[in-house]
Design a protein around this ligand. Structure first.
Ligand code: C2E
Ligand code: CA
Ligand code: CA
Length: 236
């Protein structure tokens, strides 16, 4: 899991679950190398189920930092899982099993997954939100669907893609886009997370532009759940 920080309060508010495959010979394998294969072979359903169950169980055991709401766990959902239509049942089952409050589970759907079959994606997200789960649009800005879809899609927030954040201090276009996404999201009443924050300069630029939360190597690397629990315990 990788910690996510509130830019207003400067404290940890939740984490994103990032799956790692522990290979006996090759060590930890990054998801980019097996998620696509798992999607093609249909194994993504089993992987997705495992990730969701583990994430809910881990988060249910995390401590709540003093005078703060309990931390959330954000889980990536692949396009295929979204199309199966069984996602709300699976989510409900895992929430019940882990006893995690629904508000503490966030699901990240990519813009492209969302818009490849828009009406079905809208129906599924509506059902998920009715359970109390929050929906994030991941890799926002990279698809060409653009901001107009935001009005139709039931989402609680957007995650600004790493590619914008990494160049925002050098490239005026990326800075303008990032600023525009934040303003547009806020005018629609939804929140914004920036991913891939690697420097203090990027952190400050996002904070002064009113971005709600951020994650990235400068704030904290992906870490095992036990390490995240320790971080939550420490406060910061
Ligand atoms: P993503 O959802 O965009 O996740 C963010 C990726 O950026 C993660 O890579 C994370 O380790 C990396 N990252 C975080 N902070 C920084 C930073 O400051 N700089 C840079 N350069 N990178 C940073 P990771 O863990 O390798 O995951 C890659 C992708 O695999 C994810 O991209 C997501 O699309 C997918 N993925 C990960 N876990 C799951 C999962 O459980 N299910 C599904 N369906 N997809 C997953
Ligand atoms: Ca993500
Ligand atoms: Ca991304």
């Amino acid at each position: 899991s990788q910690p996510i920080y509130s830019l207003e309060r400067g404290c940890i508010v939740g984490a994103e679950a990032l799956v790692r495959w522990q290979h006996p010979q090759r060590g930890a394998i990054a998801p980019d190398q097996f998620i696509t294969v798992a999607e093609q072979t249909g194994q993504i359903d089993a992987v997705g189920r495992f990730v969701l169950r583990t994430a809910c169980m881990d988060a249910a055991a995390w401590p709540t930092p003093p005078s703060q709401p309990p931390p959330f766990i954000s889980v990536n959902v692949s396009a295929r899982q979204l199309q199966h239509g069984q996602l709300p049942e699976l989510v409900e089952e895992q929430l019940r099993h882990s006893r995690l409050a629904a508000q503490r589970l966030h699901l990240e759907l990519t813009e492209t997954a969302m818009f490849s079959n828009e009406s079905e994606a809208i129906a599924t997200s509506t059902r998920l939100r009715a359970l109390g789960v929050k929906i994030w649009l991941d890799d926002f800005g990279t698809g060409f669907s653009g901001l107009s879809h935001l009005r139709r899609v039931p989402a609680d927030g957007v995650k600004i893609d790493r590619s914008f954040v990494s160049d925002m201090l050098e490239d005026p276009d990326d800075l303008a886009l990032t600023t525009a996404i934040i303003a547009m999201a806020h005018s629609l009443g939804i929140t914004v997370i920036a991913e891939g924050v690697e420097t203090e300069g990027q952190y400050e630029a996002l904070r002064t532009r009113g971005c709600d939360s951020a994650q990235g190597y400068w704030l904290g690397r992906p870490m095992p759940s036990a390490a995240l629990a320790e971080l939550l315990d420490g406060g910061r």
